[in-house]
Design a protein around this ligand. Structure first.
Ligand code: HEC
Ligand code: HEC
Length: 387
C-alpha cells in the first residue's frame, strides 16, 4: 500500500475527521518531508575516493585514461572507442542501443557517464562493483569493443607515449604485464579519467534550498517548486528510491520495465558472476583487497533473495536526466513525459518482464498538472556546464 496515502488517512482519522471520504491532507512538507528535502540538494564536489584503485585522483593517470577512453585502436575492429557509446553532452547515445564492433548492437541502453564515480554499483544489473573493473567488460564484450589482452597490449605497445606513461604509472612495460593485470590497469586509468566527469550544481539545488526556506517561513505553497516537489515526495513516491543528493538509493528494484531479452533477470542473474569474478573488488587486482570487502560480497551471496532481485535494475541518478534520453535499461521510453506516464500506470503489465514488481509500483492517478510539474522538476536537475 501507498504509505503516504495510508498516513494521510490515519491522520485524518486521528484528527477526528468526520467523513471517510475526507480528502484533507496535512500541509506539505511535514517534518519528515522537510528532512528528506534537506538531504536532496548539494552533491559533493568530489566523488568519493575508491580505495581499491591507487590511480584514483592522479593527474597523470587521468590524462592517460582520457586518451585511451577516446582511442578506437583498443577495439579489435579498430573503429569503436568508449566514447563511441558515451559521447555528446549526455555521455551516452540518443538511441535505445549503441553500435559496437561490426555493427553489432549493445544489449542495453548505455547509461550516462556524468557523475558516474558517485555510483556504488555499475551496469544496470550491478555486475561490476568498481569503476575500474567495469571498463574490462566493454573491452572484452564481443558486441562492443570485442578486444582481449593481446589487442590491448598491441595498441599500448604501438604508441610510444602510451608505453612511457604506462611504465611510469605501473612500473612495468605493457609488454611485460600479465593479461589480467594489463586489463585491470587499463581499467584503473580509465576510471581515474571518468572520475573527472562531474556535472552538478543544477537549478534543482537552488530551487530546493529556496523551497526549504519558504517552507520554514510557512510560505511553501507560494513557491514555484511546490507542486513538483510535493508530487515527487508524496503522490509519486519517487523519493522512496531517488533519494539523497545523487537522487538514487544505490539499490536495485523491479519497477516492471518490459523486457524479454536474455538479460531480463537483472541483478539476480548478475550476482553470482560478480561474486566469482576474477576482477571484483575483493580480487588480487584490487589495490585494497581487504577482508571487509570480501565479507560484504559473501554476505550478499547468502542474503540474496530472488523475490526482490529478480528483474531488479539499479536506480539511476536523476541528475542530468534531461540530457540522456531515451530512458530505462531498455531505452524503451523516448521522453520524460513517457517516463511519467509509465509510473502513472504503475509500470508495464505483469508478464512482460521477469519477476515481481516492487509493492510501491501502483497506479498514481496523477493530474495533468502534476505530471507537468514532475517533468519540469526532472528538467531542472541538469547541472551547470563544467568550467
Ligand atoms: C558499444 C557501446 C559501448 C562501448 C564501446 C562502451 N560502452 Fe560503456 N556501456 C554501454 C552499455 C550498453 C552499458 C550498459 C550495459 C549494461 O548495463 O548491461 C554501458 C555501461 C557503462 C558504464 C556503467 C555506468 C553505470 O552507471 O552503471 C560505464 C562506467 C561505462 N559503460 C564505461 C565505458 C568505458 C570505460 C568504455 C571503454 C572501455 C565503454 N563504456 C565502452 C555501451 C558501451
Ligand atoms: C521503487 C523504486 C523507484 C521509484 C519509487 C521510482 N523510481 Fe525511477 N527508477 C527506478 C529504477 C530501478 C529505475 C531503472 C529501471 C530500469 O531501467 O529497469 C528508474 C528509472 C527512472 C528514470 C529513467 C532514468 C534513466 O536514466 O533512464 C526516471 C526519469 C525516473 N526513474 C524517474 C522517477 C520518478 C519521476 C519517480 C516518481 C514518479 C520514480 N522514478 C519513482 C526506481 C524507482
Amino acid at each position: 500500500m501507498n504509505p503516504y496515502r495510508l498516513r494521510a488517512v490515519t491522520l485524518a482519522l486521528a484528527l477526528g475527521g468526520s467523513g471517510m471520504a475526507c480528502e484533507s491532507e496535512e500541509p506539505f512538507p511535514n517534518l519528515d518531508e522537510l528532512d528528506q528535502l534537506r538531504s536532496l540538494h548539494s552533491l559533493g564536489r568530489q566523488p568519493p575516493k575508491d580505495s581499491t584503485n591507487r590511480m584514483d585522483g592522479l593527474a597523470r593517470a587521468e590524462a592517460l585514461g582520457d586518451v585511451l577512453f577516446h582511442d578506437s585502436g583498443l577495439s579489435r575492429c579498430g573503429t569503436v572507442s568508449c566514447a563511441s557509446c558515451h559521447g555528446g553532452e549526455g555521455l551516452t547515445v540518443p538511441t535505445a542501443k549503441a553500435k559496437g564492433c561490426d555493427g553489432h548492437l549493445s544489449e542495453r541502453n548505455p547509461p550516462t557517464l556524468l557523475n558516474v564515480a558517485y555510483n556504488r554499483w555499475f551496469m544496470w544489473d550491478g555486475r561490476a562493483d568498481r569503476l575500474w573493473n567495469q571498463a574490462i567488460l566493454p573491452l572484452l564484450n564481443p558486441v562492443e569493443m570485442n578486444a582481449d589482452a593481446q589487442v590491448v597490449r598491441a595498441r599500448l605497445t604501438s604508441v610510444e607515449s602510451y608505453t612511457t606513461e604506462y611504465q611510469a604509472l605501473f612500473g612495468k612495460a605493457p609488454a611485460d604485464e600479465t593479461d589480467s593485470a594489463l586489463l585491470a590497469n587499463v581499467g584503473k586509468v580509465m576510471a581515474a579519467y571518468q572520475r573527472t566527469l562531474v556535472r552538478i550544481d543544477a537549478p534543482f539545488d537552488t530551487d530546493v534550498r529556496r523551497f526549504i526556506t519558504a517552507a520554514e517561513a510557512g510560505q511553501a505553497e507560494a513557491d514555484p517548486a511546490y507542486l513538483g516537489l510535493k508530487t515527487f515526495l508524496r503522490k509519486g513516491q519517487c523519493i522512496v528510491c531517488h533519494k539523497g543528493p545523487a537522487l538514487t538509493d544505490d539499490l536495485f528494484h523491479n519497477i516492471g520495465v518490459q523486457d524479454s531479452s536474455s538479460g531480463a533477470g537483472g541483478q539476480w542473474s548478475a550476482l553470482t558472476p560478480l561474486l566469482d569474478w576474477e576482477f571484483n573488488a575483493a580480487s588480487r587486482h584490487s589495490d585494497a583487497p581487504t577482508g571487509t570487502i570480501a565479507t560484504r560480497l559473501q554476505t550478499m551471496r547468502t542474503q540474496a533473495d530472488p523475490a526482490t532481485l529478480e528483474g531488479a535494475f539499479r536506480t539511476p541518478s536523476l541528475r542530468n536526466v534531461a540530457l540522456t534520453a531515451p530512458y530505462m535499461h531498455t531505452g524503451a521510453q523516448a521522453t520524460l513525459e513517457e517516463v511519467i506516464d509509465f509510473y502513472n500506470e504503475g509500470g508495464d503489465a505483469a508478464g512482460s518482464f521477469v519477476g515481481q514488481k516492487t509493492v510501491t509500483m501502483v497506479p498514481l492517478e496523477l493530474t495533468n498538472e502534476e505530471k507537468r510539474a514532475l517533468v519540469t522538476l526532472l528538467q531542472s536537475m541538469t547541472g551547470a556546464t563544467p568550467p
